[in-house]
Design a protein around this ligand. Structure first.
Ligand code: ZN
Length: 194
């Protein structure tokens, strides 16, 4: 089932996700719905907060992006990225395994907004997969960037928090307009519910 994507200005985007004790059928279903929602939005990643849930859960699918390669290694062995897609990560944690690089990012909660963000090019990741199995891998390129972007969402951190000052200043009118339209919509819905 496709879910509604929450936009900038909604307070849930600033909430920290709760770790999951176990991957229940309801959480697995949420992950499946998030994959469907991400695909419908032509995104490469989605965090639970973006569908209004405060859970440590992200979904990723970098297939189809050919101009920005991704890599994955398990136990020092290079593996095929596509074999891991779509990827579902519960309770993810990561550590840098390479120097930071700048690259352009967007976000489904910020339609039509893009900026260069500096993040480690390679990272080591640990998480639980959709069956609740422990998953441990090293990744690079776009995949490493998406995981870090979604990890931030799970902590209530947004990519605008990591933008360079000049970029954020330039985007400020668009950001303000987006925040105001989201808040106006939320207010309208609250009235409709009464
Ligand atoms: Zn995002």
């Amino acid at each position: 089932m496709e879910l509604e994507i929450v936009r900038y200005g909604h307070p849930v985007l600033r909430k920290k996700g709760q770790p999951v004790a176990a991957v229940t059928p309801a959480l697995a279903r949420l992950a499946e719905d998030m994959i469907e929602t991400m695909r419908a939005g032509h995104g490469v990643g989605l965090a639970a907060q973006q569908v209004g849930q405060v859970v440590q859960l992200m979904v990723i699918d970098v297939r189809g992006v050919t101009d920005r390669p991704s890599s994955i290694e398990l136990g020092g062995q290079e593996a095929r990225v596509d074999d891991f897609m779509p990827m579902v990560l519960f309770n993810p944690a990561w550590k840098a395994a390479g120097a930071p690089v700048e690259s352009v990012e967007g976000c489904l909660s910020f339609p039509d907004l893009f900026a260069e963000i500096r993040r480690p090019a390679r990272i080591d990741v640990e998480a639980l997969d959709i069956r609740g199995q422990r998953l441990s891998f090293r990744c690079g390129g776009l995949l490493a960037r998406v995981i870090q972007h979604e990890f931030d969402h799970l902590q209530g951190i947004l990519f605008i928090d990591r933008m360079m000052r000049e970029d954020k200043d330039q985007l400020r009118p668009q950001l303000e307009a987006l925040r105001e339209s989201t808040q106006a919509e939320l207010a309208q819905r609250a009235v409709a519910k009464r």
